[in-house]
Design a protein around this ligand. Structure first.
Ligand code: GAR
Length: 208
């Protein structure tokens, strides 16, 4: 059974999708053992508590720089004996010292079809604002392994979602979450825990 540590910063709907998948048996060979939040008081922490999952707050604002913050997060991940770390709406770009300690063991859900609308500055609602500004007809979500390049790691799963003429950033965000993120994130986590993901030459292959 693999230990899954989930990193959050906000509402935690992706965390909820993982909890629901765990409770319905859809995550095979893994369980969420700890939730770590970069902000105190966020709703994601309540979601964890309601389901008996332990949590820690490692507040970004209490650390003077990103290196000391990243080291504190890594220490917690190692203490929790994490086999997999999931960024589920985690809004801090950690120093590469964390990924170096957990190569191909950290995954992130991004609310667009990478390589579109991704990288530094593209997070949350901003991603959907930019997609609407560009006028794309199709957007979606991506789950990828975390590397030192922001949103640049090997892609595990993607799912497309249509953009409607009357969409606002909020309606589009909701549809991308419902139709894509909440589905592919638990799937990717389960595939990882079942040892079905193989990374070769920066590509992810899914074993039968
Ligand atoms: C989600 O849409 C997630 O994909 C996005 O923030 C939202 C968090 O929602 N993440 C990023 O933009 C990371 N670059 P949640 O807290 O309800 O899961």
């Amino acid at each position: 059974m693999k230990n899954i540590v989930v990193l959050v910063s906000g509402g935690g709907t992706n965390l909820q999708a993982l909890i629901d998948a765990q409770e319905s048996g859809a995550i095979k060979n893994g369980r969420i053992t700890c939730v770590i939040s970069s902000k105190p008081g966020v709703y994601a922490l309540e979601r964890a508590a309601k389901h008996g999952i332990s949590s820690r707050v490692i507040a970004r604002r209490e650390y003077p720089d990103i290196i000391s913050y990243s080291q504190a997060v890594l220490d917690a991940i190692l203490e929790e004996k994490a086999d997999l770390v999931v960024y589920a709406g985690f809004m801090t770009i950690l120093d590469e010292l964390v990924v170096k300690a957990m190569p191909n063991k950290m995954m992130n859900v991004h609310p667009a079809l990478i390589p579109s609308f991704c990288g530094k500055g593209y997070y949350g609602l901003k991603v959907h604002e930019e997609a609407l500004k560009k006028g794309v007809k199709l957007t979606g979500a991506t789950v990828h392994f975390v590397t030192e390049v922001c949103d640049g790691g090997p892609i595990i799963l993607q799912k497309g979602v249509e953009v409607r003429d009357d969409d606002t950033p909020e309606t589009l965000q909701r549809r991308v979450m419902e139709q894509a993120e909440w589905k592919i994130l638990p799937q990717a986590v389960s595939l990882f825990c079942e040892d079905k993901l193989e990374v070769r030459d920066s590509r992810v292959y899914i074993k039968d």
